[in-house]
Design a protein around this ligand. Structure first.
Ligand code: PLP
Length: 390
């Protein structure tokens, strides 16, 4: 079978591919330290797990409403009413199979083939591939390291003036760890207002912020923006629930209806047991902060050690569990490798440490290290990296 042109335009997920390669090396008995994974290394909090057991005992075996059970949609609406200071109804919430599906729902229902979608780079690999899957055109807006991974506002303005249908932002950001301030978000919105572009804000790392930072959402205290925007978040990162597959979107009623209609023909409502567990997660925020604090401790431990590696440039991430290492000076003739993918391959082959090449995020000069790992493993990884970055 010859796949469609649209299908051929979709690249497989580089991070999942690397994780698979590392998994195979582990099975072969190699001492691999996998710092490529994008998930907390903690178990899901006990009350959430117990709720899932209970849900099975109580017989939650059957289909659920496509946009999620009423109590969960209301619980999510309540949380964001309080957080954003906005009127949000349960009907504006669609529960989906991870934030990933919520993002796809949002993009698929907001765009037609050929529409232009703004993506900040470096940015999470999936945005670009979802845009390709939908037959849309990606318009890349640079967020250079020199600008602390904030968007180049002139480029953004040009993109908006050239007719952007929707802009995707992600704060705190995977892979850079940059968390935009309210003022920086305000600047982005001001530029969007010069055109008609919609806003899709992926806030999946909203609970993993460091140095007492508060998460800023572009929608907070800006009621008008939920009429032309969609907030996506979920339970995966905050509650270590990546395998449960639950995320959600919040948008105006009509966009939410479209997303639910689409989801109804693709996957239907998500796993009934996961929804019961998520109801308990919504009452268990006290379980999130110890994990966040552990990530902060690891960041503090790791950062100076990575900063000492010759040729590596690295800023302190403001959130997430990623360190984004600039290695541009180590590439090319006379360097450690010809390009960043080759460098990641060399680090894996020679030192059995898995890092993600920035090429997966639209950036040829960086490597992403996930510190969702034990301090012991992080130390062992740094020892091995020293053998490469001499
Ligand atoms: C920026 C970003 N958005 C969304 C997701 C997807 O989250 P979920 O597992 O809930 O689908 C990820 C997962 O890695 C992510 O890094």
């Amino acid at each position: 079978m010859q796949p469609s042109a649209r299908a051929l335009a979709i690249a497989p997920s580089a991070t999942l591919e690397l994780a698979a390669r590392a998994g195979a090396m582990k099975v072969a008995g190699e001492d691999v330290i996998n710092l490529s994974v994008g998930e907390p290394d903690f178990p899901t909090p006990a009350p959430v797990v117990e709720a899932a057991h209970r849900a099975l005992d109580e017989g939650h075996f059957h289909y659920t409403p496509t946009p999620g059970i009423a109590a969960l949609r209301e619980g999510i609406a309540k949380r964001y009413r309080a957080k954003l200071g906005l009127e949000i109804e349960a009907a504006q919430v669609v529960v989906s199979h991870g934030a990933k599906q919520a993002l796809f729902n949002a993009l698929a229902t907001a765009t037609d083939p050929g529409d232009r979608v703004g993506i900040l780079v470096p940015g999470w690999v999936t945005y670009l591939e979802q845009v390709h899957a939908l037959g849309c055109e990606a318009v890349l807006v640079d967020c250079p390291r020199e600008n602390r991974f904030r968007p180049d506002l002139d480029q953004l303005r040009t993109a908006v003036r050239n007719g952007l249908r929707i802009l995707v932002i992600n704060s705190p950001s995977n892979p850079t760890g940059a968390a935009f301030t309210a003022e920086e978000l305000g600047q982005i919105l001001e530029i969007l207002q010069e055109g008609e572009a919609l806003l899709l804000s992926d806030e999946i790392y909203e609970d993993i912020l460091f140095d007492r930072r508060k998460h800023e959402s572009p929608f907070a205290s800006r009621p008008g923006w939920l009429d032309r925007g969609c907030l996506v978040s979920g339970f995966s990162k905050a509650f270590a629930m990546t395998g449960w597959r639950i995320g959600f979107s919040i948008a105006d009623r009509s966009w939410s209806r479209s997303m639910s209609a689409l989801q109804g023909h693709v996957t239907s409502g998500i796993n009934a047991v996961t929804q019961q567990a998520a109801l308990v997660a919504l009452e268990s925020w006290d379980r999130v902060d110890p994990m966040r604090a552990a990530f902060e401790e690891r960041r503090n431990h790791l950062l100076p050690r990575i900063q000492e590696l010759p040729g590596v440039e690295v800023e302190s991430p403001e959130g997430t569990f990623y360190l984004y290492m600039g290695v541009g000076d180590c590439l090319g003739e006379g360097g450690l490798a010809s390009d960043v993918a080759a460098l990641a391959g060399r680090i894996l082959d020679e030192q059995k440490v898995v890092l993600v090449p920035g090429s997966a995020f639209g950036d040829d000069t960086s490597l992403r290290l996930s510190f969702a790992a034990s301090i012991e493993d992080l130390d062992r990884a740094v020892d091995r990296l020293r053998e490469i970055f001499r």
